[in-house]
Design a protein around this ligand. Sequence first.
Ligand code: ARG
Length: 469
Amino acid sequence: MADQAQKPWSGVFDQQTDPRVERFTESISFDHRLYRQDIHGSIAHARMLHETGMLTAQERDEIVATLEAIGEEIAAGQFQFRLELEDVHMNIERALVERIGDVGRKLHTGRSRNDQVSTDFRLWVREAIDRTDRLLADLQRAFVDRCDRDHGVILPGYTHLQRAQPVLANHYWLAYCEKFQRDRSRLCDCRRRVNQLPLGAAALAGTSIPINRRHVAQQLGFEGLLANSLDSSSDRDFAIEFVFALAMVAEHLSTWAEEWILWSTVEFRFLRLPHAYCTGSSIMPQKINPDVLELIRGKTARVVGNLQALLVLVKGLPLAYNRDLQEDKPRVFDSADTVEACLELAAAVVAGAELNRPAIHEKLERGYLDATTLMEHLVKQGVPQRSAHEIIGKLVATAMKRDVPLAKLELAEFTAAHEALDESVFDVLGVEQAVMAFTSEGSTSPAEVAKQTALWKQRLKDHDRGCGS
Ligand code: ARG
């Protein structure tokens, strides 16, 4: 059993801690990941304590140098974390005290683990936001880089997974860029709320020790100070918001993964996935399975589950700090790790996949992708939309019965359906002409898509250094 006197809070206790309680309450097995942030936070705190007269310059320097040395040892894997010291904060502080004695015991002046853990965690989430943002930009770049390669390729667009209207491949790629851009802007927005300093709240009410929170905020790059100590020591909304933003990224990734899984099937044959990102079957020699895409889709479940767990975790918690909050970290770490891994692989798959142009082309005239364009052609000649819909619907039914595309119907059949349907119909029929017919802003018209592609290239090149810089 561990020596009770080792525990920083042992003064009032008359019993040793049950070892099962030590195992039950520890967080060092996962919060060791906060060691860098904990050391930065403590260094900033020590510097501030010197500014306010609570540490001499010599004490400050000794603390800072020792904390730096501890940080290097941890980074090098040479530091022994101890379970009986509960968490990363007490492990590091204990090491400091063991090395420099009473000076080390002064570090925790005017501070509590409650504001310390919130500070560390905010610093960690801030870094994770910046990493995710960079990975999202890489993925967007992978999509935009496809645009030259896939220039001019037309794909069927679907609604209800039924063929609907023709769409440029590049319109698809940029659709995903837009989604991931909103994810980035959500992360960026969340970052502003993450980047507020809780340190100084102490346990829950603040402290009577002279501290200077602005000094700490400045050193750690926080944009501002959280205004209320009860609030800041009790809340994890900043982390939950981050996990929501990640869940949305995972949702977007899962839509894309699902689409490309379908497109890579023999039934579709639109896409050849890079073999480095597929795996085989142990029994069926011909199989090339899209496991990476399936797992990107599948891992969405845990990211969404983590969000749910966090929301339930904080529900009904009274102010201020409660130990329940320690359960936040595994969920946040898992969401960040999962989404980062998915994004990294997604960019590689996007870059490595090849569109199967002949296979796409071969079946493109199936499914009456040009029917809506023909209807709009009629509408432009003054026929009410509802009537034009009916007229073209009947023509489609005729073509369907014969199993031919609309362009294969006789001119007489068109004119019989409506007098305005003269030879001009052959100028709009067929997927290529149908794509050319689009004009609206944001549409799949080649001119619009070219404009958007140029914008995206510019955006990702120039001012894309994320919101963290
Ligand atoms: N390991 C704890 C956590 O992650 C640190 C704060 C502990 N505070 C306390 N009063 N026991 O939340």
